[in-house]
Structures are given as C-alpha cells and as structure tokens.
Write a protein that binds this ligand. Structure first.
Ligand code: CP3
Length: 359
C-alpha cells in the first residue's frame, strides 16, 4: 500500500513530533455541504447513501476537496451495526433513526445476530477499500463504530431519546440483562472494527455519545468496561503500521483518568472541559482530540479565529493534540466558517511545535 503523503494526524495521535497541529472535524461530511445534499438526493435516502459504496466514497471525499483537512472519515453511521444485528433501521427526516424491532426482552437479546462484517456489512468494507484507493495515500482514513453503551441506548429505546428512561430502568433493575446485551454488542463491534482495519482504515474511533448520561461509577461499569474490552480485542498493527485508537465519550470530564488508563492512544474531548485541565488529568499518557464548541461556527469570523486560538493555547505546546470540534458539525453551519476554522489551525498552529523536531 502507498505510504502516506500527510501523516500529521497519525504522528499526533501517537504523540510523535509534528510541525503543526492536524485538524479534521466530526461530521465533516454532512448536510451543511450543498454537494452532500445533492448526492444524498441522488441516493434517494440517507441509508441508501451509506449502502452504496461509490456514493458513500464520494461524500467522504467532498469535505477534503473544499478544505485543507488532515484526515478523511468513512461515511457511514454507528447504527448500521444494530441494523445488521436484526433491528431493522430506518431514518426519517423528522424523527431521525428508528428501529422496527427494538430490544425489549431476554429473548430479543438472545436473538441478536453477530454480523459477519464482510457479508452483512460488506457495503462499509467496500466503501473503505474504494475510499483508500481514491485517497491515493494523501491523508489517513478513519474508521469508526459506536460504543456498546451508546448503541444499546438506541437499541433499547428504539429511537433517539431525551431522558433515556427505558434504558436506565433496565440498567438499574436488571443489570445482568444489560450486561448480556452489552457483551453481545461488544462482540459485534470488535469484529466490525477489526474488519475495518483489515479493509484499510488507518485510525479507529469509538463514539460514545451517551456515556456522559451515566454516573461515573456506572460509566466505568457499563460503558468504559466494554470499550476497554474492544481495545483488547483489536488487532493493533496491520501491515506493520500501528492503528491508533481514539475513544470519544461526550461528557466524560469526570472520568478522563480512567479513560487514559485504557490502552487507547487518544481521547476525544468535548467543550465542557478545558484542554489544559484534560491534559493535567491524563499527563503524557495519551493524545487529546478536540474541543471547539460547534456552536462557535455560527459566530463571526473574528470570534471563530479567537476561539480556535484559545483551544490551541489551552492545549499548549508539543505534540499530542488533534484539533477537532467537541461534537459534530451542526447542519446549519456555513461552510465558509468551517474554512476559517481549518485555515486558522493551519496558519497558526506551527508556533505550538518545535520546528526542528520533525524527524
Ligand atoms: O463524521 C462524519 O463525517 C462521518 C459520518 C457519521 C455520521 N454519523 C453520518 C450521519 C458519523 C461518524 C456518525 C456517527 C453517529 N451516528 C453518532 C455518533 C456521533 C455523534 O454525532 O454523537 C450517532 C449518535 C449517530 C446516530 C445518528 N445518525 C443520529 C441520531 C442521526 C440523526 C440526527 C442527525 O444528526 O441527523 C443520524 C443521521 C446521520 N448520520 C446524518 C449523517 C450525515 C444525517 C443524515 C441525513 O443526511 O439526513
């Protein structure tokens, strides 16, 4: 396989010296881009866009045509795994994701399939192979999956939820049942992520969007525990290249030390903690990714620049920082404001790195 022309992201994730801070953005491909909306309407629906490798590859690359980004993230969704486990996913414009067969009983859990990624999620693997070839070694390709806990919240509630009453009731009343479900999802996600690495993903990221709704004790037992098992089950080196692993739990400020103690390479940080605080909690154990508030992208160019600089300042000098938002880009975002963010990181971040230190 081709050597990478731009390996800034991989180096920062492994805390090797870099001459500037790499930048990519969660949900960098999506509805805020008119070209994405055009491709999605050609595909007919969001799900058929995910399931058609040529189109999924096309939208993966769209933000890289516009902006100077240091990574591509495969266009897919975390909910494709529960869909392949038999829950029958659909998306509606008004309601978001819905499962026709949510998990409600022990027999629902026993019935859950463990998907063979090359068969049941073949479209994702084909998208990865096609996108790697289209990228031609320009920037690394990030693969991802949802955390077992976050997937379980959608699988039990059957849709997005405001208060998570059903899933929390199961956790408090029948913790053994919750653990059975999480074990099964962990098995499916581990297989899926290993297959993504084999297909060509050069970085793997776990999205734990809802870990932050748990008490710290329950977070460790019901979310972090299973992410740790996934990391243990992942093949960390493919074709002699280390595959860095990023764990992102939204709202995890109280548990950063615990996350750093897993064998992950980097932690995604949302905007509710400062990066200097996060760095003080994890030492030089892991890299940090984040953490600009996506809401800043609605503000003036001058204020966007100011807050980008604040995030760079908060991390401070040295390698181990990947610039990103603290959560995904919102659909109303003006693409020109995204350009301001990306260009500001490129223009200014070299001052945070020792210019002589690149090997
Ligand atoms: O980051 C990227 O550019 C890669 C693509 C990506 C999508 N979803 C595409 C998407 C990634 C990494 C995800 C992850 C994902 N999906 C998460 C974890 C990250 C997070 O944002 O917290 C979650 C919780 C989901 C589940 C999901 N997918 C929901 C709740 C929704 C509906 C809400 C919404 O934002 O529309 C989706 C739909 C979805 N996934 C869209 C995109 C671009 C919008 C679909 C559309 O085109 O209408």
């Amino acid at each position: 396989m081709t050597e990478l022309k731009n390996d800034c992201l991989l180096r920062a994730l492994l805390r090797k010296p870099v001459n500037r801070t790499p930048v990519w953005l969660m949900r960098q491909a999506g509805r805020y881009l008119p070209e994405y909306r055009a491709t999605r309407s050609r595909a007919g629906s969001f799900l058929s866009l995910c399931q058609t490798p040529e189109l999924a590859c096309e939208v993966t690359l769209q933000p890289l045509v516009r902006f100077f980004l240091d990574a591509a993230i495969i266009f897919s969704d975390i909910l494709t795994v529960p869909d392949a486990m038999g829950l029958e996913l659909s998306f509606s414009e008004r309601e978001g994701p819905t499962f026709a067969k949510p998990v409600r009983s022990s027999s629902d859990i026993a019935r859950l399939g463990i998907p063979d990624p090359e068969v049941d999620l073949r479209y994702v693997m084909d998208t990865i192979r096609l996108t790697r070839s289209e990228l031609g070694g320009s920037v690394p390709l990030i693969g991802f999956a949802g955390s077992p806990w976050t997937l379980a919240t959608y699988m039990i509630e059957g849709r997005s939820s405001k208060d998570f009453s059903r899933v929390k009731c199961l956790l408090y009343d029948q913790p053994e049942k919750m653990h059975k479900l999480l074990e099964r999802i962990t098995q499916a996600v581990t297989l899926y992520m290993n297959a993504q690495a084999t297909a060509g993903s050069q970085v793997l990221m776990v999205f734990d969007t809802w870990g932050g709704i748990l008490t710290p004790r329950n977070y460790r037992e019901f979310s972090l525990n299973y992410m740790t098992q996934i990391i243990t089950g992942l093949t960390r080196v493919v074709n002699d290249k280390k595959i860095p692993i990023i764990l992102f739990t939204k709202g995890s400020g109280a548990c950063l030390g615990d996350i750093a103690a897993t064998d992950c390479d980097a932690i995604g940080i949302d905007w509710t903690v400062d990066l200097n605080y996060a760095r003080s909690q994890v030492g030089s154990h892991v890299a940090l990714q984040g953490n600009l508030d996506p809401a800043i992208l609605a503000a003036s160019p001058e204020n966007i620049r100011k807050h980008v600089i604040q995030v760079l300042d908060d991390f401070g000098t040295g390698s181990g920082h990947v610039f990103n938002l603290g959560h995904g880009i919102r659909p109303w975002t003006d693409p020109e404001h995204v350009r301001i963010l990306v260009d500001t990181v490129h223009e200014l971040s070299s001052t945070y790195h020792n210019q002589d230190s690149t090997e």
